[in-house]
Design a protein around this ligand. Structure first.
Ligand code: PHB
Length: 386
């Protein structure tokens, strides 16, 4: 090759390189697909794929490529996968994060690489403070707990015991519930924390029974509720007149039907119920059911669906430019109608602003549902208001 041709080839390669890379935008979805929190991974993956099936895989002329990897719910693995995805695969967005420790571990990667990180599950308030590149489509525990903490003292519940999984979201839930419930005139007799790994609820529930509160407030992460519910029944807490209240995580739509009648009457507050009455949700529930062989979407699923929406909408807004700073800027203030109701991304905190519903477990046509009967409108994360 002569000198001129070489120079021309170099120029062409320089032009072709970024042009070729501009063809597709890779989204790295990191979820627990195995281990005790695999139900979270399955729900988010199914809903993210449903969103793509419904909306196509091209945004502003760029093909969206979803790369799914399983972290087994282990933080070191999440971080390593995120690093590889950013460096080797050149993903433009990281998404997923089934548990708080997994999101905490990955935040420095998003920060250093300037790659947006869309949290579709983990719900500790402080997560979005760990990097300016984090946005969240799930919820925060202070946001969810606020509803029931305000509702309970106005509805005959004067004393409560709290029982939470002993890690950051549990502490968030406990703190908000205790503060708000006490402010409303309630008394908290005891605050109990159970280990996250292999919890045995029996001794804790015996203590609750002995304390005889009007209600037991529970937070356990998605997937764990059925075990608590079984013990609540077997230990005779319901028969002793103790009401079960909590954030909606404990009566997760994914497993609510399997919990059976012991769950009936539980009042919780949360941002999503599969029973939410709107055209968007009816379509979502039908589509999810069709895509998964009849499963019901839960609050993890809706966050996965909305996570994809946020990524698509941000990329559309930048005209297909996947630069991290531009994408996260586009996400700020984004508002849309989710299957859960109206939502937006708080431009200051990058956390989701949403309605929080009060719901009661009821049986309809032989199935259990979280039936919404009241709501707080457009709730910003109260965990940041300090
Ligand atoms: C969390 O680890 O942040 C988490 C996981 C599952 C939930 C709520 C919070 O249901």
């Amino acid at each position: 090759m002569n000198k001129h041709l070489l120079a021309a080839a170099a120029v062409f390669a320089a032009l072709a390189g970024p042009a070729a890379a501009a063809d597709s935008v890779k989204v790295g979805l990191i979820l627990p697909m195995t281990g005790p929190f695999a139900s979270t991974g399955r729900a988010i993956e199914a809903a993210a794929r449903l969103y793509m099936a419904e909306h196509g895989d091209t945004v502003a002329g760029r093909k969206i490529e979803l790369k799914l990897e399983d972290d087994g719910g282990v933080a070191d693995k999440t971080k390593r996968i995120a690093q590889e995805m950013v460096v080797r695969d050149q993903v433009k967005v990281l998404a997923g994060f089934g548990l708080t420790p997994l999101a905490f571990a990955t935040a420095p990667i998003a920060e250093q690489a300037k790659v947006p990180m869309v949290v579709t599950a983990a719900a500790t308030s402080s997560i979005t403070e760990k990097s300016a590149y984090i946005a969240r489509t799930s919820f925060t525990l202070p946001q969810a707990a606020l509803g029931i903490a305000e509702w309970a003292p106005k509805n005959g519940i004067k004393s409560a015991v709290t029982l939470v999984s002993d890690y950051a979201p549990g502490v968030d839930a406990e703190k908000t519930f205790v503060q708000v419930f006490q402010k409303g005139g309630g008394t908290v007799a005891e605050s109990l924390r159970v280990p996250l790994a292999n919890p045995d609820f029996a001794p804790f529930l015996q203590r609750v029974k002995d304390a005889k509160p009007d209600a037991l407030f529970i937070f356990v992460p998605s997937g764990v509720g059925a075990a608590v519910m079984k013990q609540f029944q077997e230990r005779g807490l319901a028969d002793a007149g103790i009401k079960l209240i909590g954030t909606g995580d404990v009566v997760d739509d994914d497993i609510l039907n399997k919990m059976g009648d012991p769950a009936l009457g539980a009042v919780t507050s949360h941002h999503y119920s599969a029973a939410h009455d709107s055209p968007e949700n009816r379509k979502f529930v039908a589509g999810y059911g069709k895509a998964t062989g009849g499963n019901r979407p839960n609050f993890m699923a809706v966050a996965g669906y909305d996570g994809m929406h946020l990524i698509y909408a941000a990329l559309a807004k930048t005209g297909g430019d996947a630069d991290g700073d531009k994408l996260i800027a586009a996400m700020k203030g984004m508002a849309w109608t989710s299957p859960r109701g109206p939502v937006s991304i708080d431009p200051e905190t990058r956390d989701i602003v949403q309605d929080v519903y009060i719901r009661r477990v009821e049986k309809k046509d032989g199935e259990l549902w979280n039936v919404e009967f009241d709501k707080l409108v457009a709730v910003r994360d109260p965990g940041k208001a300090k």
